[in-house]
Design a protein around this ligand. Structure first.
Ligand SMILES: Cc1ncc(COP(=O)(O)O)c(C=O)c1O
Length: 438
C-alpha cells in the first residue's frame, strides 16, 4: 500500500480534552507557543498539546483524566518510569535536609565515582543543570586545550541550544525545519562546520587543513530519529580526530546509562576524549555533566582558568534521584530493557503490515520511520513521510499511547513498560495503522 492512500488531518477516535484545551488557551497568552520547549507543542503532528497532571510507572495521566502509555518518558530522562518509589524516596530524604546549598555535598562525590565505574573515560566530571550547558562546557574545554576555535558537528545531531551547536541540528530544529536559528551571531556560526552523518569523505574534506578544536558526535544519534553509525564509521571518526589533533566529544545525553551500563561507548567499543551526559544522570530532575580525564577536566576553574559554574549544579535532589536510578540499572535491568525494546520494535513493525514503515532500535530507544528502510543520515530522515507519522501519532494518542510527537525523535520505553504494556501498545499501533490506511 502506498502512503498516498493515508488519510491526513482527521482522527478516527476521540477523547475528552476539554481541560487541556482550556489550559493551552491560557498558556498561549503567557508562554510562547504555550510550551516551555518547542516539540511539546505537538505542532509537527498537527494537534495541540495535552497538559499532564501526573505520571505512574509507564503511564501519563492528563488533566482530563485520560491515561496514556508514555513513550516520551521526559525525553529519555525516566528510564525507571514515572514516580518510581525508590527514586521518590531518595528525593524525599534529600529534600527533608534542604533543597540546595551551593556548596559541595557527599552525594555528588558518590555520583562522580559511580559514573567513573561505569564509564572509564569519566575519571572526573563536572555537573551542570542541563545537557545544553554540559555540551557547551565540553566545547569550551576542547578549545582551551587545543588553542583552536573551529568545531565539527554532524547534520541532524542535537547538542542542546547553545549558539555554536545549533547549526543543522536535529530534534526540535529538524522538526520545525529550522536550519540556522536567528539570534546566533554569524561569527559564532562560522566556527561550526557541519558534516553529513555516516559520510567519511565529507568528514575528511571538512577537517583537512582546518585547525579543528573538537569533533562532537552523538555516538548513537537519536535526534533525527534513531540513525546509528554505519559499520566502522565511529572508528573512522575516532581516528580522524586523532589525525587532526581534535578533541573527540561523545554526546551521550540520550545513550548514556540507557543502551548499556557504560552507554554507547561501551556498546561500540569506541572511546571519546570527553563525554557529555544528561537526562538519566538527573534521574528525572535537572542535571547533566561533562566528563573526562584530569588533563582536560582540570582546565576548568578553580584548577585552571577555563570558566564554568552553576548556582544549582550538583543539586542534592537531582544527585539523590540519579544515585537511586543508577542503583536500579544493573545488568539484569539492561537485559530486560533490551529484550522489551526488541519485542516492541518487532511488534510495531509487524503491526504496520504492508505500509512502508521501518523501525530502528537499540536497547531502551527506537524510532518508527515512515519509509521502507531506516535512514542513514538527516537527508534520509527528512525524506520520511512526516505527515503520515503525524496522522499515526494522532490515532495513537486517541487510543491511549503517547508517542514522541515528531518523526525526528526517539521513543523511550522504560523499565516500567512490561510485556502487558508492550502488548497494549502494539494492539493500539495496529489499530492506528489501520485507521490511517482507510
Ligand atoms: C544528545 C543531546 N544532547 C544534548 C541535549 C540537550 O540537553 P538539555 O535539553 O538537558 O539541555 C539533548 C536534549 O535532548 C540531547 O538529546
Amino acid at each position: 500500500m502506498s502512503v498516498s492512500n493515508i488519510v491526513r488531518g482527521t482522527v478516527t477516535a476521540t477523547r475528552n480534552e476539554t481541560r487541556s484545551a482550556a489550559l493551552f488557551e491560557r498558556a498561549r497568552g503567557v508562554i510562547p507557543g504555550g510550551v516551555n520547549s518547542p516539540v511539546r507543542a505537538m505542532r509537527a503532528i498537527g494537534r495541540d498539546p495535552l497538559f499532564i497532571e501526573r505520571g505512574e510507572g509507564a503511564e501519563l495521566i492528563d488533566v482530563d483524566g485520560n491515561r496514556y502509555l508514555d513513550y516520551v518518558c521526559s525525553w529519555g530522562a525516566l528510564v525507571a518510569g514515572h514516580a518510581h518509589p525508590d527514586v521518590l524516596a531518595a528525593i524525599a530524604r534529600a529534600a527533608a535536609g534542604g533543597t540546595s546549598f551551593g556548596a559541595p555535598t557527599p552525594g555528588e562525590v558518590a555520583l562522580a565515582e559511580e559514573v567513573g565505574r561505569r564509564m572509564p573515560v569519566a575519571q572526573m566530571l563536572r555537573m551542570t543543570s542541563s545537557g545544553t550547558e554540559a555540551a557547551m562546557t565540553a566545547i569550551r574545554i576542547a578549545r582551551a586545550h587545543t588553542g583552536r576555535e573551529r568545531i565539527v558537528k554532524f547534520a541532524g545531531a542535537y547538542h542542546g541550544h547553545s549558539d555554536g551547536l545549533l547549526a543543522v541540528a536535529g530534534s526540535g530544529l529538524a522538526t520545525a525545519g529550522i536550519p540556522a536559528s536567528p539570534g546566533v551571531p554569524a561569527a559564532v556560526a562560522a566556527e561550526t562546520a557541519v558534516v553529513a552523518w555516516n559520510d567519511p569523505e565529507a568528514l575528511v574534506e571538512v577537517t583537512s587543513g582546518a585547525r579543528v578544536a573538537a569533533i562532537i558526535a552523538e555516538p548513537l544519534p537519536a535526534n533525527m530519529g534513531l540513525v546509528p553509525a554505519a559499520e566502522g564509521f565511529l572508528e573512522f571518526v575516532r581516528a580522524r580526530a586523532d589525525e587532526c589533533g581534535a578533541v573527540l566529544i561523545f554526546d551521550e545525553v540520550i545513550s548514556g546509562f540507557r543502551v548499556a551500563r557504560g552507554g554507547a561507548s561501551e556498546r561500540t567499543g569506541v572511546t571519546p576524549d570527553l563525554l557529555v551526559l544528561g537526562k538519566i544522570i538527573g534521574g528525572g530532575l535537572p542535571a547533566a555533566a561533562v566528563a573526562g580525564p584530569p588533563e582536560l577536566l582540570e582546565l576548568l576553574a578553580p584548577v585552571g582558568e577555563t570558566y564554568q559554574a552553576g548556582t544549582l549544579s550538583g543539586n542534592p535532589l537531582a544527585v539523590a534521584a540519579a544515585l537511586a536510578t543508577l542503583e536500579l540499572l544493573d545488568d539484569a535491568a539492561y537485559a530486560t530493557l533490551e529484550q522489551r525494546t526488541a519485542a516492541l520494535a518487532a511488534g510495531l513493525r509487524e503491526a504496520a503490515g504492508e505500509l512502508p514503515v521501518s523501525v530502528a532500535w537499540a536497547p531502551g530507544l527506537l524510532t518508527v520511520f515512515f519509509s521502507m528502510r531506516p535512514p542513514r543520515d538527516l537527508l534520509g530522515a527528512q525524506r520520511c513521510d512526516a505527515a503520515a507519522y503525524g496522522a499515526w501519532c494522532r490515532e495513537l494518542l486517541a487510543r491511549g499511547v503517547y508517542p514522541p510527537p515528531s518523526q525526528f525523535e526517539a521513543w523511550f520505553p522504560s523499565l516500567a513498560h512490561g510485556p502487558a504494556e508492550i502488548e497494549r501498545t502494539v494492539a493500539a499501533a495496529a489499530d492506528a495503522f489501520a485507521a490511517i490506511r482507510r
